[in-house]
Design a protein around this ligand. Structure first.
Ligand code: C5J
Length: 220
């Protein structure tokens, strides 16, 4: 077992059974003209997490370790989008509307793509998900089982929505989860801080948090 200097205490992980999961680093959340901006958010707030996430990807790629990317994206006919999600995500544009980067959060549209800096390489698993959590209505569990993964290191956006939802889903399924503090961002800094605190509260009730430098230092 390897050890990361983490909170609330050291995180131990078996190298061959640990995957990096990068949540929804999509143009629709990080660039102007997408879903995040249509909801009135300042998308520049998500930019600081890009470089640390890239450093984690580079380290996992160099060691041949498993990498999973997720994308929040719906079928073009929106048949996988619950009416409640359509009703509540109403900004200047909503899911399925045509914006400057194509139809908002629709599979295959330019805005739904992962940003170029973090684009998946051939062979890396990409999970499209209709929900905020990456386990709901996706084959993620099956892919992790095939890989023998028991431990998950989380990066991505946004901290308190899709990252936290997926981390809680994973925690309930028995995965040992760590959120990389500087490889995740929120449009609301106070929500990010609260999420980090919630995860590691009560003895790590949802998991651990650590900096990307602590993760990189722990890799052989
Ligand atoms: C949101 C996400 N915030 N990826 N999605 O709607 O966090």
């Amino acid at each position: 077992m390897l050890t990361i200097d983490a909170l609330p205490y050291a995180y131990e992980f078996p190298l061959g059974r640990t995957a990096l999961i990068v949540i929804d680093m999509q143009r629709d959340f990080l660039e102007p003209g997408g879903f995040g901006a249509a909801l009135g958010n300042d998308v520049r707030r998500l930019a600081p997490s890009i470089a640390p996430t890239r450093a984690l990807l580079d380290a996992f790629r160099a060691r041949g370790l498993p990498i999973i990317h997720t994308q929040e994206a719906h079928r073009p006919d929106l048949s996988d989008c619950p009416p409640s999600k359509l009703e509540r995500g109403r900004g200047t544009l909503t899911i399925g509307d045509v914006g400057p980067m194509g139809r908002i959060l629709v599979s295959g549209e330019p805005g739904a793509a992962i940003i170029p800096e973090l684009a998946p390489l051939p062979g890396e698993i990409v999970i499209e998900k209709p929900g905020k959590g990456a386990f709901h209505a996706t084959p993620l569990r099956e892919r992790l089982t095939e890989l023998g993964v028991t431990h998950l290191l989380f990066a991505g956006v946004t901290t308190e929505v899709c990252v936290q939802t997926t981390m809680r889903e994973a925690n309930d399924r028995g995965y040992e989860c760590l959120l990389v503090e500087d490889a995740t961002d929120s449009y609301f800094p106070e929500f990010k801080a609260a999420t980090l605190a919630m995860i590691r509260a009560q003895g790590g009730i949802v998991g651990w948090t650590a900096s990307s430098s602590a993760v990189l230092a722990a890799l052989p």
